[in-house]
Design a protein around this ligand. Structure first.
Ligand SMILES: NC(=O)c1ccc[n+]([C@@H]2O[C@H](COP(=O)([O-])OP(=O)(O)OC[C@H]3O[C@@H](n4cnc5c(N)ncnc54)[C@H](O)[C@@H]3O)[C@@H](O)[C@H]2O)c1
Length: 264
């Protein structure tokens, strides 16, 4: 337990904590001294990450979570408060992607699912943590959007639209909860070296990184640890003058290109 870390004394919920970016955030939060509840639709993944954190000397507990279900969101908050005494921090990471296709090809069912997980899930989690954070005297919410919430890309109307909405919902939460010292910010990652991002369009992670790298000023895709570093900063007092804003962690993608010729 790191009592001098950036997040010492904090209690965090990480949604999608069993996934690649979510687990990197959960592990980094724990290394910085937070007690972490790892929430995921797939409980076995959440358990594996919580076990890994505990094996590294951190404090963590897994909890099954479906961010589309109001009761499940309320349950994980109650669990965090009961287990660790309070709640200070929420990382909204859970998301889904649809099969590729323009609006004609995209099934309504897939459109609705993307809205439910990526946007309504964030809404329900913010709704569920608000009173616990107010009782704690404040808190920090970090929601993972995407560079494709800023610009579109071919074949992903639902993903891009929901990520744009995440940016705006986060601002609205920041406005409404500023009086309670609850800050709300987003991170917009560019292409991160993960299986999910790679295998949508490429045969392997290596091939994806080779193809996408040149679209980035830094010449490569990002790592999950680079997103976890940003999330830690936004969750900590290091960012105490930041709320209602977005942190682009995109290797210069939008500054350099801002087009979709090399899609993520
Ligand atoms: N990987 C990238 O290149 C990239 C780029 C930009 C943004 N992002 C964003 O980063 C976040 C994490 O992406 P990732 O690449 O780690 O994906 P991932 O698929 O590895 O992780 C997503 C996790 O969310 C969980 N999940 C899905 N639906 C859920 C639900 N209803 N309730 C609770 N948990 C649920 C999944 O089980 C999974 O563990 C997402 O918000 C994604 O949109 C990723």
């Amino acid at each position: 337990m790191n009592e001098k870390g950036l997040l010492a004394g904090r209690v965090a919920i990480v949604t999608g904590g069993g996934g690649e970016i979510g687990s990197a955030i959960a592990r980094r939060f724990a290394r910085e001294g937070a007690c972490v509840v790892v929430g995921d639709l797939e409980p076995a993944k959440a358990a594996r990450i919580a076990d890994a954190i505990c094996a590294e000397g951190g404090q963590a507990a897994p909890h099954a979570l479906d961010v589309c279900d109001p009761q499940s969101c309320a349950d994980i908050v109650a669990f965090a408060v009961k287990r660790f005494g309070k709640l200070t921090t929420l990382a909204n990471v859970a998301a889904t992607v649809t099969p590729l296709g323009d609006v004609e090809k995209l099934a309504l069912e897939h459109w609705n699912r993307a809205l439910q997980v990526n946007l309504t899930g964030m809404f329900l989690m913010c709704k569920s943590v608000a009173s616990a954070m107010r009782e704690t005297g404040g808190g920090a919410i970090v929601s993972i959007a995407s560079s494709h919430g800023h610009i579109g890309m071919p074949g992903r109307p639902a993903y891009c639209a929901t990520k744009a909405a995440v940016l705006h919902l986060s601002k609205c939460v920041a406005i409404d909860y500023a009086p309670y010292k609850i800050r709300s910010n987003t991170i917009s990652p560019g292409a991160i070296d993960t299986e999910r991002a790679a295998l949508q369009r490429y045969a392997s992670r290596e091939e994806a990184n080779r193809a996408k790298g040149p679209a980035y000023l830094v010449g490569r895709t990002g790592s999950v640890d680079e997103i976890a570093a940003g999330a830690t900063f936004l969750a900590s007092d290091e960012s105490s003058f930041m709320t209602g804003t977005d942190m682009l962690i995109d290797g210069g993608y939008l500054a350099f290109k801002g087009t979709t010729t090399n899609p993520v």
